[in-house]
Design a protein around this ligand. Structure first.
Ligand code: TMP
Length: 254
């Protein structure tokens, strides 16, 4: 069978040429990395679950008017997306002190922040995704001040919406990472939410037990990694009863 042309391979996903111009197929792998590729592993069924979780969350965000790259899920591991020009930023929204913020300021993980914080990192594996400011972003031309205003407004809206959505299923949205991209419709540039939203890119703690239900289980060797991803999907109501089995499903798209 003819393989589609691969456009890009990242650590957790592969992008293939889509069926129509301006589209791509985003394939979710089970590969997991942490600490910029220094730790490598596999989380069985992660690709299947993240494909579903990201589909679900992007659709809900679309429902409230957030423009996203998501078009539709194609099969167990693939979704059709709009091709965007990725803005080389990792936009991190934090509600509670954890991870690199806790380390940077020697603060205790779990301390609620008085207000949500947005941080920017420059997307570069070679440089280890360094933390940057708006000054770097505008001076180096990665985005304009106007783009950043739009990105920050969207990120805070996404935070409010997802925070409520996850709280409703007993999970605290501690922090998460977003990526945005540009598209041109009739010469008009628009910024869309891109990449994925999943337990790979969010910290989610159980409201009652504070148990970590995200990729930190892999990063910190806490065990029960697969189970945590499955539980998030189950609580969202999108986990098939039979589990994250790989169904053969259609391989390509009409
Ligand atoms: P951090 O505390 O390690 O900076 O991570 C903040 C959030 O961003 C956390 O929810 C995990 C997510 N994240 C990614 O999605 N990709 C990354 O490469 C890193 C470092 C963090």
């Amino acid at each position: 069978m003819a393989r589609r042309r691969q456009i890009y391979e990242g650590k957790a996903k592969v992008l293939f040429e889509g069926p129509e111009p301006g589209t791509l197929v985003q394939y979710f792998k089970d590969d997991a990395t942490a600490f910029n590729n220094k730790k490598k592993g596999t989380i069985t069924g992660k690709g299947v679950i993240n494909n579903r979780i990201s589909e679900y969350l992007m659709n809900r965000l679309g429902d409230i008017g957030i423009p996203t790259h998501f078009i539709r899920r194609l099969n167990m591991r693939e979704q059709l997306i709009r091709q965007v020009e990725i803005i080389p930023l990792e936009v991190i929204v934090r509600n509670v002190v954890a991870g690199s913020l806790a380390k940077r300021f020697d603060m205790e993980e779990g301390t609620a922040l008085p207000r949500s914080i947005i941080e920017f990192c420059y997307k570069s594996d070679e440089l280890n995704d360094p933390l940057i400011t708006e000054e770097h972003i505008t001076a180096f031309g990665w985005a304009t001040s106007q783009d950043l205003d739009e990105i920050m407004a969207m990120s805070l809206r996404i935070n409010d919406f997802l925070g409520g959505l996850f709280y409703g299923i007993g999970l605290r949205l501690i922090d998460f990472k977003l990526e945005f991209g540009r598209v041109w419709d009739d010469d008009q540039m628009r910024i869309l939410l891109a990449d994925e939203i999943s337990p790979d890119s969010c910290r989610l703690w159980d409201v009652k037990t504070n148990e970590k239900m995200d990729k930190d289980r892999f990063r910190r060797d806490l065990g029960g990694v697969e189970e945590a991803y499955q539980e998030v999907a189950r609580r969202l109501g999108i986990m098939p009863e039979s589990g994250p089995r790989d169904m053969p499903g259609p391989d390509t798209i009409q």
